[in-house]
Ligand binder design. Structure first.
Ligand code: MCN
Length: 783
């Protein structure tokens, strides 16, 4: 088993190049003769495109071409494929042309592209393109869009309903009938806009002689982008190379195959030179996917003693104007199946309507579906506790699924792998000093001060795989991973992986795994990723799957290396293979630990093959594929302590306690970093962030001036701890950690604020809980 460096918080090897500015991002690549592409985007949320006048612009000095959607179509570039169609939901998949052809359907929808010799010239030329629009009525609200007389976005999608999906378990009707209490709520899980530090970019170099193309792109999953590009560009998959160089964060927003990927390839083909496009920040706000955006009508039934009987929900999920790569799977599979949370809720029913609106397409944003489920459940549990005058910790404890190590089936049909929810809660309560906190709260309340304590005890689904399930739920790809471990003659190791980290740190943690499992110094291991030509097939880094699934493939290759090394050692030591054992980088004869060969000895001999077992292939290299038997389900307990200033509505986060469990931890420092970032992102949703569209579906929060992102100085020092409940789903017992903070922290902070406001009789507020919103609520409560 892994030892030593596995589990130690060594520094991330990625960081020196990142913090010294030596990392190379897509926009840093400059190719000889490279031209630049700029996109003409619709200023209207919904409009008929009457004409795109390109002639004048095409004649401008330095302009190499001006193209429309029709030009792309005529050149054989098809619509952007939707890669997830959930079965049983009658999903409509209207075409998503990379450049709108007759109708623009959201503000930011591409209507033409310009290619020029210089980036600024390209932008100026794009501004000079004259587009004649016929504005049409628009709708931004998903529930409203399904109503009578609303603008229709796509032919053949009546009432803009893209799909109706249901999940049912148990007997919800009977459970509600037998309930002592029922709580109801309308929850708006507002739309969020991902803000990776690096905006998106794409650079294509097309070779007409060979019909090959290389695409450098800001992607979380270059192999998926290659696969999808082979479908819509008509270029065969083996002739497409996709490279994701350094990627400055994605948080889900760099999963999709975007129209701009196809545009640069098309432009490179048409203009005969490499073509680059780099997003501006305001394009990021309009043209990169958004996340969340649910309207949820929910109710929960319980007995007098606090036993939760049932949950029922109806959800309108806003898909935006077109189906982005994975958008339909998020409000269904990744949301609806998680409605039991950490609790034993035997009866669950949810209807989800996926709705087209005149807004930027939505897709995965950190947590993707699970934050919308967790918020719903964690809020309802608190409302039941309030109604029954129970402590929110007690009601959780009462309803938790008891500790389990070998699977627990929930009403939605999933089987969780392992969990100890009460263990995490107990630890968090002890760290918080809960009894003393409640006492302090009571004293402050007497003085008219508003302190609140909020809980979120979550369980989430990640480590996306197995592939059979992916196929069964309509995902258009596999969800396995692969890895190659290659020893050089000098004993140094290169590991090539299908996953494509973009900030998470697997270059470090995967080297830690190899070091621990094969006894090579960690600095002797190089991890290569993010290039379809240099790495084996993989399905990408999202759904906190890189470690749970990717490490399974890595362990498969490591096991093969060990087995082969035993054969080589047996030959060199003139012993039987069955007698060779392995420990700490040495292969030795059973009972004679002094007779051994190091892995480096083996690597040299395997590579030179001078004195070598007959019939054995030379070289020390192994590749493996890993398809997990189940998802993994990390969990934890978060507690937020807030103070609300009733005179200003300002919320101060005083303490934040988080106990998380991601199975065995490879690198505690990296894991803490993931939790830190995640918590901040989730609290951003609770307190500050939210995309706002006006009645005509214009995006009002289209820049960092209007969209409030959290800053480091808003936060106290987080108090973190881990519990370790291994999973049996992969060889190392690891679960994902990349999203837990985001999933957990939104309801923890929201519940804390509502707890603070409870004595004022304020029971509900929409997120984000901005000072103005809170202040207004307090003012009207006082009246
Ligand atoms: N890790 C560990 N021990 C574990 C689990 C994980 O040491 N038991 C380490 C991993 O090896 C890795 C990191 O923690 O270094 C996160 O791993 P994992 O949970 O497998 O998540 P992924 O690598 O698959 O990353 C995806 C996840 C998601 S879905 C989003 S969204 C997100 C996130 O990661 N986007 C991020 N974290 C991000 N961090 C950065 N810097 N940038 C993003 O875009």
């Amino acid at each position: 088993m892994a030892s030593r460096i596995f589990g130690s918080g060594i520094k991330r090897r990625e960081d020196p190049r990142l913090i010294t500015g030596q990392a190379r991002y897509t926009d840093d690549f400059v190719l000889p003769g490279m031209a630049h592409l700029a996109v003409v985007r619709s200023p209207y949320a919904h409009a008929k495109i009457r004409a795109v006048r390109t002639k004048k612009v095409a004649a401008m000095d330095g302009v190499l071409g001006v193209f429309t959607g029709k030009d792309m179509k005529d050149a054989g570039f098809g619509p952007i494929p939707c890669a997830w169609v959930v079965p049983g939901s009658e999903t409509k998949t209207p075409p998503y042309p990379p450049i709108a052809i007759d109708v623009a359907r959201y503000v930011g929808n591409a209507v033409a592209i310009v290619v020029a010799t210089d980036r600024y010239l390209a932008r100026d030329a794009a501004e000079a393109v004259e587009v004649e629009y016929d504005p049409l009525p628009a709708v931004a609200d998903a529930e409203k869009a399904t109503g009578k007389g609303q603008p229709q976005l796509h032919a053949d999608v009546p009432n803009n309903v893209c799909f109706h999906w249901k999940v049912s378990g148990g007997d919800v009707e009977a459970a509600f009938k037998s309930a002592d209490v029922v709580v109801q709520e309308r929850i708006i899980n507002q739309r969020l806009i991902p803000n990776a530090m690096e905006p998106r970019a794409a650079l294509a170099q097309y070779s007409p002689a060979t019909n090959e193309v290389t695409l450098w792109v800001t992607s979380q999953n270059p192999h998926i982008v290659r696969f999808l590009l082979s479908l819509d560009t008509g270029i065969p998959e083996q002739k497409i190379r996709v490279i994701a160089p350094e990627v400055g964060g994605g948080f889900g927003s760099k999963i999709p195959h975007y129209p701009e990927d196809s545009m640069v390839i098309f432009a490179s083909k048409m203009c005969g030179c490499p073509v680059k496009w780099t997003e501006t920040r305001s394009e990021n706000y309009r043209g990169t996917i958004h996340g969340r955006d649910h309207i949820q009508d929910v109710e929960m039934a319980a007995k007098k003693d606090g036993t939760i009987l049932a949950l029922r929900a109806k959800v309108w999920a806003n898909l935006g104007a077109y189906l982005s790569t994975a958008s339909t799977g998020i409000p269904t599979i990744l949301h609806g199946l998680m409605l039991s949370g950490a609790y034993d809720i035997k009866n669950i029913h949810e209807d989800v309507y996926g709705v087209f609106t005149n807004t930027t397409p939505t897709d995965a944003y950190r947590g993707a579906g699970r934050p919308e489920a967790t918020f719903m459940v964690e809020r309802l549990v608190d409302l039941v506790a309030q109604k029954l005058k129970m402590d929110p910790a007690d009601i959780r404890r009462k309803n938790f699924i008891p500790p389990f190590t070998d699977g627990h089936a929930v009403a939605t049909g999933l089987t969780y792998d392992s969990g100890n929810y009460v263990g995490a809660l107990d630890k968090a309560l002890a760290m918080a000093g809960y009894a003393a906190l409640r006492k302090q709260q009571a004293e402050l309340r007497k003085k008219g001060e508003h302190m609140g304590i909020g809980f979120s005890t979550y369980a989430e689904i990640c480590g996306l795989g197995p592939s059979q399930v992916a196929g069964a739920v309509g995902f258009g790809g596999g969800l396995w991973e692969s890895a190659i471990v290659r020893f050089h003659p000098s004993g140094k190791v290169v590991v090539m992986v299908g996953i494509s980290p973009h900030g998470q740190g697997e270059e470090t943690t995967f080297a830690q795994i190899v070091s621990s499992e094969l006894g090579v110094p960690v600095d002797d291991v190089e991890v290569v990723h993010g290039d379809t030509e240099r790495t084996p097939m993989g399905w990408g880094s999202y759904g906190s799957r890189s470690t749970p699934v990717g490490s399974g493939a890595l362990m498969g290759a490591i096991t093969k290396i060990r087995e082969k090394s035993k054969i080589v050692t047996a030959h060199l030591l003139e012993a039987a293979v069955e007698d060779i054992e392995y420990a700490d980088g040495k292969f030795f004869v059973k009972g004679s630990p002094g007779k051994f060969k190091t892995i480096q000895d083996v690597a040299l001999m395997a590579n030179v093959a001078w004195n070598y077992p007959k019939g054995l292939e030379p070289g020390l290299e192994a590749s493996a594929f890993f398809d997990p038997p189940n998802f993994v389900y990390p969990f934890g307990a978060h507690i937020a302590v807030v103070r609300v200033d009733a005179e200003t509505g300002e919320i101060r986060l005083e303490r934040y306690i988080a106990v998380d469990d991601c199975g065995r931890v490879i690198n505690p420092m990296i894991v803490e970093g993931q939790i830190h970032g995640g918590i901040v992102q989730g609290i951003g949703q609770a307190l500050w962030e939210g995309a706002v569209y006006d009645e005509s579906a214009q995006l009002l929060t289209g820049s960092m001036m209007d969209y409030a992102l959290p800053k480091a100085d808003f936060f106290p020092k987080f108090e973190l701890a881990m519990t370790e409940t291994p999973t049996t789903v992969n060889p190392l017992g690891v679960k994902g950690i990349g999203e837990t903070g985001t999933i957990a922290s939104t309801p923890a902070v929201y519940n804390a604020v509502m707890d603070a406001l409870l004595p004022l009789g304020i029971r509900k507020l929409d997120m984000p809980l901005t000072p103005e919103r809170v202040w207004r609520a307090i003012q009207s409560a006082r009246r």
